[in-house]
Design a protein around this ligand. Structure first.
Ligand SMILES: [Zn+2]
Length: 222
């Protein structure tokens, strides 16, 4: 055996909405990224330390508070711990900026404390490849749950970080003023299913699945 090992990942459940924050990293270097830090910053930093990781970016799928509400604190804490080197927030598509700037207002509405507004250092857009921590993340814009929702496919690890688009046996909510159910199903079919049946889907909530399973059995995709 020679050559690089595939990136490794771990899915962690945080906060009152039981949202998934994920880590993805290169085992040879210990450099990686964190997806959707939605709170419980101390616990997440402990897990990052347990793996011995250097986190080079915070990567966001969409602007909902349970996915992004911990990003500002995580950015400050990681930047301070890593010698003041700014840890950028990457994504989502700028069409979710209105949600990211109203996290504090939404959190007050839900009675959740400690979540903060966040601004991307770098927006992402459909078809783009983000090179970070020695890994490639292929960006697909999958609107319908929110207007600016993107997913991140890591071909080398055969995994997609899907946020609130595709779940095991269902799809993300679309009962928001800006939601669009038919669009979400169409975008999943056009932009996620072609990644391949073997690809593992890490959703924003609930159990992981894979694309083949959802292609065959998910009632929203038939
Ligand atoms: Zn959401």
């Amino acid at each position: 055996m020679s050559g690089k090992q595939p990136p490794q990942y771990d899915m962690l459940t945080v906060g009152p909405f039981r949202q998934h924050t994920s880590l993805l990293w290169r085992p040879e270097t210990g450099c990686g990224v964190i997806f959707d830090p939605g709170g419980e910053t101390d616990r997440l930093l402990g897990i990052i330390d347990g793996y011995g990781l250097t986190i080079e970016a915070i990567v966001l799928t969409h602007g909902h508070l349970d996915h992004v509400g911990g990003a500002a604190e995580m950015q400050e804490r990681l930047t301070a711990r890593q010698g003041g080197v700014h840890v950028p927030v990457i994504g989502p598509d700028p069409r979710d900026a209105f949600l990211m700037s109203s996290v504090e207002e939404s959190a007050a509405h839900f009675g959740v404390s400690g979540l903060r507004n966040i601004k991307a250092d770098r927006d992402t857009s459909d078809g783009e490849v983000v090179n970070v921590a020695g890994m490639e993340l292929h960006v697909r814009h999958v609107p319908g749950h929110t207007p600016g929702h993107v997913v991140y496919f890591c071909p080398e690890a055969e995994v997609v970080f899907a946020g609130d688009t595709l779940f095991r046996g269902t799809v993300g909510r679309t009962d928001f003023p800006y939601g669009d159910g038919p669009l979400l199903s169409r975008m999943i079919r056009e932009r996620i299913l072609p990644m391949g049946d073997k690809v593992v889907v890490i959703p924003g909530h609930g159990l992981p699945t894979n694309i083949g399973e959802e292609r065959r059995n998910n009632p929203f995709l038939q």
